[in-house]
Design a protein around this ligand. Structure first.
Ligand code: DAH
Length: 343
């Protein structure tokens, strides 16, 4: 019996010594010490022995069991350590090297200059009680033209040709399209603004682009006059330029306002003396505006005998170009990161 035990021990130790994988260690453990293992067999048969032998063999078996267990544990530790060092030798990294591009520098994103200015104007106007509306970029002819007092075959349509869809809708040519959508739903008195992207069928050049941005504004109430309009415009400009800005009105034709104006502000660059930016005039063209035409109020379900109001529509691109000295409107949509990074 003792011989058998010694043989088991020897065999187990040899197996352990020659094993190279952690899995093998576990296999040996099961083979020798498991429920059906070699040593367990012996322990199980102790019952058949005389009490004396049982003692001796039992003791010896337990000694061997302990030796084998210790050997297994030691080998396991050894293999685990060498496994790590193998991984370390294969998969080492040089921490002094530049990290890969993806992790090198995480620059946080920021807003496009158009968005920055748009949000600034939104803040200024909402502080004066204007609520922000939105409208679709693909519009119906009705909202973009007809409801704004521009019937079919009206010559004013020629100034705003655009992209048409096959089902006779169009990409809106101005944010004025949001006017009627807005006032159909809101009861006067109200102050609304609508920023957005607009489209024109343009031959592009440094100052013309097929896609650009506007902000529309509208105030309807009792006895609203041009002085309200001028006040709001001055406040917007003061907010943008952080100082008082002089404005002037010139007559301008827009079918949806009567009277209609072009509003200019005094040139910030030369202080009104005349320079290249203001084309020596001392004034910068800023936006179109006027008192809302009665037909437009009617189209929105508002009685022009009871209510009146002003409207304005400003282009964002030109404003930013003036502010930042940008000489080509096409930069805005170019997607060139070097342009965006300057703001
Ligand atoms: N929609 C006009 C354009 O894109 C700008 C404009 C002019 C808007 C007069 C208005 C306005 O609200 O009253 O050229």
């Amino acid at each position: 019996m003792e011989e058998k035990l010694n043989k088991i021990k020897q065999e187990a130790i040899e197996l352990i010594n020659s094993s190279k994988l952690l899995d093998e260690i576990e296999e040996i453990r099961v083979k020798v010490l498991g429920r059906k293992g070699m040593l367990t067999d012996i322990l199980r048969s102790l019952g058949q022995l005389t009490p004396e032998l049982k003692n001796v063999v039992g003791k010896k078996s337990n000694e061997i069991k302990k030796i084998i267990e210790d050997a297994l544990d030691a080998k396991k530790e050894e293999l685990t350590k060498s496994g790590f060092s193998e991984i370390a030798s294969k998969e080492w990294i040089d921490v002094t090297l530049n990290p890969p591009v993806s992790t090198r520098e995480r620059k946080s994103g920021y807003l496009h200059p158009i968005s920055q200015t748009q949000y600034e104007i939104e803040d200024i106007l909402t502080s004066m009680g204007f609520q922000i509306l939105d409208g679709p970029e693909a519009e119906t002819e009705y909202y973009n033209f007809e409801a704004l007092n521009i019937p079919k075959f009206h010559p004013a349509r020629d100034m705003q040709d655009t992209f048409w869809t096959e089902d006779n809708n169009l990409l809106r040519t101005h944010t004025s399209a949001i006017q009627i959508r807005g006032i159909e739903k809101i009861k006067p008195p109200f102050r609304i603004m609508a920023p957005g992207r607009v489209f024109r069928y343009e031959a592009t050049d440094a100052s013309h682009e097929h896609t650009f941005y506007q902000v529309e504004g509208m105030m309807v109430g009792k006895d609203i006059s041009i002085s309200h309009l001028i006040y709001v415009m001055e406040e917007v400009l003061k907010g943008i330029f952080k100082k008082d800005v002089k404005v002037r009105l010139r007559p301008g034709y827009f079918p949806f306002v009567e009277p209609g104006f072009e509003l200019d502000f005094s040139c910030m660059i030369c202080g009104g003396d005349g320079c290249r930016v203001c084309k020596q005039s001392g004034w910068i063209e800023f936006l179109g505006c006027g008192l809302i035409h009665p037909n437009v109020l009617r189209a929105g379900g508002i009685d022009p005998d009871e209510w009146s109001g002003f409207a304005f529509g400003m282009g964002l691109n030109r404003l930013i170009m003036m502010q930042a000295g940008i000489n080509d409107i096409r930069h805005f949509m170019s997607g060139d990161i070097r342009f965006i990074h300057q703001f």
